[in-house]
Design a protein. Structure first.
Length: 75
């Protein structure tokens, strides 16, 4: 069963807040479903309370909502 986009946003936002406790805002840039891999590819920006912006990419398994992997870099 595929997740809807809103559910993917909730899962990823929760994951980001867990990994980066001082996140002030999250801005989703792109959420794309990949049929071949049966997963979502998510690009987003997270601004921390100290003003630093992080660019995050993560892959979310479409059936379970599990974060498969992620990368994070300073933007």
């Amino acid at each position: 069963m595929r997740l809807d986009t809103k559910k993917v946003e909730e899962i990823v936002a929760s994951f980001v807040k867990e990994k980066i406790p001082d996140v002030a805002s999250i801005s989703f840039e792109k959420i794309e479903f990949k049929d071949r891999f049966y997963e979502y590819w998510v690009n987003l920006f997270a601004r921390k309370t100290d003003g630093i912006t992080l660019c995050i990419f993560c892959r979310v398994e479409a059936g379970t909502g599990r974060i498969i992997n992620y990368t994070c870099s300073v933007y």
